[in-house]
Design a protein around this ligand. Sequence first.
Ligand code: ADP
Length: 192
Amino acid sequence: MTAKRLLLLGPPGAGKGTQAANLIKLLGIPQISTGDMLREAVASGTPLGLSAKAQMDAGQLVSDEIVIGIARDRLLKDDAKRGFILDGFPRTVVQAEALDELLEQSGVSLELCVSLTVDEEELVERLLKRAEIEGRSDDNEETIRTRMSEYRAKTEPLTRYYDKKGTLREVNGLGLVHEVADRVEKAIGGRP
Ligand code: ADP
């Protein structure tokens, strides 16, 4: 059976967004990206966006409270009932516990955490390239380093969290996009 309640985990630049785009086509379920939702809030100047902007621009994590709130609202929408691909949430153990609790209230659980692994030098190179193309305000070298260290300190422990539950699948994120996509498909149990 193909898993349909999924988390894509990995450092900034690991290709979570790219792989999520492939999976939404394959599985017909929504991608839920807290990074995208936060950028939208910043762009439309909502109070939530205003309070998150400084942390995002500095490469630091936005508070658990804010992020858990937006993820919860999104997960409760109808289209997430058939499944979802979480991209960039949870990013701390506190967020992971909140997610488990939230799903439990709906009588479901996260089926798999697919962790994309890529070495740091490759990541920085990818992110600097993305900075040129997309002009994201947090894709400069100093902020990238901060995002990496935030990842190692606060997000990487999630691999142990999901490994203990037996739901972790590590996937090599190096190679062509379609090669990585094939590995991800295998990790989630193949095509539906
Ligand atoms: P990346 O490409 O670095 O993985 P994202 O687009 O997922 O970036 O997120 C961009 C920024 O948004 C993060 O650096 C952080 O400030 C904020 N953010 C996104 N998701 C979360 C989260 N789950 N918890 C805390 N902060 C978050």
